[in-house]
Design a protein around this ligand. Structure first.
Ligand code: ATP
Ligand code: ZN
Ligand code: ZN
Length: 848
């Protein structure tokens, strides 16, 4: 067999001219190891850089060319498959990003560094399993060849062999080693260092009981203020003890010596805490059997099963009201997919936010499920990824990037809560997991389910109009709740009236009363603070001074735990002032309705009320989210208070009241989706009430109760909302009536930036004109292209760089992305020495 001699490699060098494959020759000794998707080290200029093989060629393109040779192969088993490489290429075109950036996005972080990996003998139990495709005992056969026995003996004797060493020693046995790894006879591990060290972590616990520690707080000398702060913090977090030491150091920005000082005083103990590699190991999940489907579920299930059985690439939009039992439909279709010998990917908005979801899948499919959790350590994530690649699991659940799960026979991709904006990545590659899922499914002949109680307008419109060849999902509706109960009644409370009547509290009288009633009855409540658009900033009440970041045009956010001010964009931090830096007044304080303030207010109004607060501050630690939810489920609290994260996917039987503190805080953001997001959030949170036996009640407090988003959310009326919202979108030329490309340009010098931004717009219009695309969007013709701007971005300066943007609106069968990319590259060429940066965001979700 002749093996390819030339590899086309995409190198990891961040210069524009490198965004194309370079040819390298493959040394004889490496030929068996290199495949499309291999990661290699290649000479580039005067150094060695990393790259990915994206194609192989028998011989050099032209005779007589001397190619530089590949220097090393970095993995025994290529981290990417040919299918993923192709997908990355598609992404780079679709999202105008570099090919290498798209490739890197698919590889687990653990594989990116130079960390060495080791090979040891696989778990014998796993290695004996039957191969399900051929039905034979392939793994055992593999063991029986002479070659395999020699390799096993070698590995057994050494215990663990560096992967690359093994590949050098058994240079000619590439196929066998790769087969042995696939079959689990051998296994690849992260570095030994990772395995040994990651297991222990320093954590802090109280050494005395909490009362004693409280008492000690009083007696701290003035010079031990930092220690006092630390102890106070530990006491505040006592439910979560032991706390990782690192986290205390990071949140309070204190030194380890400070914490050590407390240990010397005998108040706390620094202990070694074990960290599990498999975060779910040892956890038992209640096994669940398939439920008998109701009519609506059955209908949806049958349609999807039909697609699976036909191996058809069909996309379904499963629009089911909150509590309609979408999850059960997912579970049973996955079951079908597994029976076919295929694999399934389940995407959820942010895995750490839905521990209940993980439980449902683990309960049904047990060890066949891999969880790709953003809070896992690099090593843990690598373990899960490897289980997928090696076919040890059949289902992968994870957030956005799980769409790249390295399965080879995908039958089904499910995207739950498909309307969530977190499916769009905000850094390059700025991809949307929905588009990538559909593309991948198409290539593999897999079905796709997009599920939501509040589908994004784009998806819903595409399903209704069936106008787009690439994206025309079939609509499946579930209008009733699975357990037969009604959607909760929703009441809107006009907060302006409350103010007129002299109620200045953040709780209206109806909400106040409703909380009282629940406390009397011993029922549970969820309170939502819509914090989008809010921040806790510091303002002087005497002169109006607002503390802002010196490098970004944005106000600083107050962090109570560390009593400092921080910039969300650049990380700048400063101590919170006690007097106004402008006028010297002492009336300077932090503003904004943070969850902490709601918590304080609750404690004041309802003495003895038990509140679990869930927000970014209380959920930084791994597993804390899960812990808090469990406490709530175990009835350790009356109220679950939180931001957006309490709105999604939770299913608690005894929640009978949902209160929204302020519904409209996000309506005024400069974002054409503000109405849609508000509607979705309110509908989702209202869906948390009365899901089981007890009826639910929802109170929404608002300063603009007549807004259609709020009115329709209160009526659970998705269709009316869509009708009104589509009218707006059509009038203002926004998606789904056109598509957007946001081009943001940044530079340190404002006048130069403005000139460049103007050049950009001129170039875009010129190019579009030449192609005959330029036309008003008003005419609802198929092809249209228009450019708005340039204007200063909503955040006009970040890290001392000014920001200008222009917005392309387009429609039809034209390569708008290619045109924008072309214009940007030309401008960058002329402006390279001037340090202009251009970011292209295709189908942007954030317009800031
Ligand atoms: N066929 C069924 N028979 C009995 N109970 C069911 C059935 N289907 C679903 N359920 C139950 O109904 C409840 C709601 O289902 P589920 O949480 O899946 O709804 P959902 O559509 O995902 O809602 P949301 O969008 O609010 O997350 C769950 O407690 C679930 O166990
Ligand atoms: Zn002042
Ligand atoms: Zn800043």
């Amino acid at each position: 067999m002749t093996r390819p001699q030339v590899a086309k490699v995409i190198v990891d060098v961040p210069v524009k001219d490198t965004d194309r494959p370079f040819d390298y020759s493959i040394p004889e000794s490496m030929r068996a190891w290199i495949e499309v998707g291999s990661r290699v080290g290649v000479p580039f200029g005067h150094r060695t850089v990393q790259g990915f093989v994206v194609a192989l060629q028998e011989e050099p393109s032209a005779a007589g060319i001397r190619l530089k040779p590949i220097q090393e192969v970095l993995d025994v088993v290529p981290p990417l498959s040919a299918e993923l490489v192709k997908l990355a290429e598609w992404m780079s075109r679709k999202y105008a990003c570099r090919f290498i950036t798209a490739l890197q996005a698919m590889v687990p972080t653990a594989l990116k560094g130079k960390a060495e990996r080791y090979i040891s003998l696989g778990d014998p139990a796993e290695a004996e399993e039957e191969d399900e495709y051929s039905g034979t005992l392939v793994r055992i056969e593999t063991k029986q060849t002479e070659e395999a026995r020699t390799i096993m003996a070698y590995v057994a004797q050494k215990g663990e062999v560096p992967a690359l060493q093994l590949s050098r020693v058994f240079q000619d046995s590439a196929e066998t080693i790769k087969a042995m790894l696939r079959k689990g006879v051998l296994q690849e591990n992260q570095s030994i260092k990772d395995k040994l060290q990651k297991k222990m972590l320093k954590a802090v616990d109280l050494a005395v009981d909490a009362n004693e520690a409280e008492a000690a707080l009083e007696t701290f000398p003035a010079k031990a203020q930092r220690q006092r702060e630390v102890l106070k913090f530990i006491l505040e977090m006592k439910e979560l003890l032991p706390l990782p030491l690192k986290e205390i150091l990071a949140s309070l920005q204190v030194s380890a010596a400070t914490v050590k000082g407390l240990e010397d005083k005998g108040l706390i103990a620094i202990v070694d805490q074990e960290v599990f590699r498999d975060p779910y190991r040892g956890r038992r999940f209640k096994p669940s059997a398939p439920l008998a489907l109701n009519d609506e579920q059955q209908h949806a299930f049958e349609r999807i099963r039909g697609a699976l059985d036909a191996f058809a690439h069909d996309v379904f939009l499963l629009h089911g009201v909150t509590g309609s039992g979408k999850t059960e439909v997912y579970l049973q279709t996955i079951q079908r997919c597994i029976e076919q010998g295929r694999q399934a990917i389940v995407l959820v908005p942010e895995i750490s936010l839905t521990p209940q979801m993980v439980e449902r899948f683990k309960g049904r499919f047990g060890d066949q499920v891999a969880v790709m959790h953003s809070r896992l350590s690099g090593g843990e994530r690598y373990d899960e990824w490897r289980k997928i690649r090696e076919g040890k699991v059949k289902v992968a659940i994870g957030a956005r990037s799980a769409v790249f799960a390295p399965f080879e026979h995908i039958g089904l991709i499910i995207m739950d809560e498909e309307h969530e904006t977190s499916y769009k990545q905000e850094e390059s590659p700025k991809y949307h997991a929905r588009d990538v899922a559909i593309r991948r499914a198409r290539e593999q002949g897999a079905a796709v389910i997009l599920g939501s109680a509040t589908p994004s307008l784009e998806s819903y419109y595409a399903a209704r109009s069936q106008a787009d060849d690439d994206f025309a999902p079939m609509l499946l509706e579930m209008k009733l709740r699975a357990l037969g109960n009604k959607l909760p009644s929703v009441q809107i409370v006009d907060m302006r009236e409350e103010l007129k009547e002299g109620n200045r509290s953040m709780f209206s009288r109806p909400l106040h009363r409703a909380i009282e009633v629940r406390l009397e009855r011993g029922e549970q409540m969820v309170l939502l603070l819509n914090r989008r658009g809010y921040s806790t900033f510091v303002m002087c009440r005497s002169c109006g001074y607002v503390a802002g970041c010196p490098e970004c045009d944005i106000s600083l956010t107050y962090h109570q735990k560390s009593n400092n001010l921080r910039c969300h964009y650049c990380g700048y931090a400063a101590p919170a002032p006690s007097v106004c830096p402008d006028c010297g007044s002492e009336h300077i304080r932090y503003f904004g309705t943070g969850t902490q303030r709601v918590e304080e207010e609750l404690a004041k109004l309802f003495p003895g009320i038990r509140v679990i607060r869930m927000d970014v501050d209380t959920t930084t630690e791994k597993g804390s989210h899960e812990k808090l939810l469990k406490q709530f489920r175990d009835k350790k609290a009356d109220v679950l208070l939180g931001t957006q994260m309490v709105a999604k996917g939770l299913d608690f039987p005894d929640v009978t009241l949902v209160g929204v503190i302020t519904a409209d805080s996000a309506l005024n953001l400069p974002d054409f989706r503000a109405g849609e997001k508000t509607f979705q959030l309110l509908t989702q949170v209202a869906g948390r009430a009365g899901r089981h036996q007890l009826p639910g009640e929802v109170l929404i407090q608002s300063y603009t109760p007549e807004h259609y988003s709020i009115v329709h959310a209160s009526g659970h009326d998705y269709l009316s909302f869509v009708r009104d919202e589509l009218k707006h979108r059509r009038n203002l030329h926004y998606p789904p009536y056109c598509r957007l490309i946001l081009v943001t340009m940044t530079h340190e010098q404002l006048p130069l930036l403005v000139r460049m931004a103007e050049n950009m717009v001129t170039a875009l219009k010129g190019k579009a004109g030449q192609r005959g695309w330029l036309g008003s969007l008003d005419r609802l013709t198929s092809d249209a292209f228009d450019v708005l701007g340039p204007v200063a971005s909503p955040i006009p300066r970040i890290k001392n760089r000014y920001r200008f943007q222009c917005m392309v609106k387009w429609r039809g069968n034209i390569d708008a992305v290619g045109l924008v990319r072309e214009a940007a590259e030309q401008l960058e060429e002329t402006a390279q020495h001037q340090k202009l940066q251009i970011a292209i965001d295709v189908d942007p979700q954030m317009l800031m």
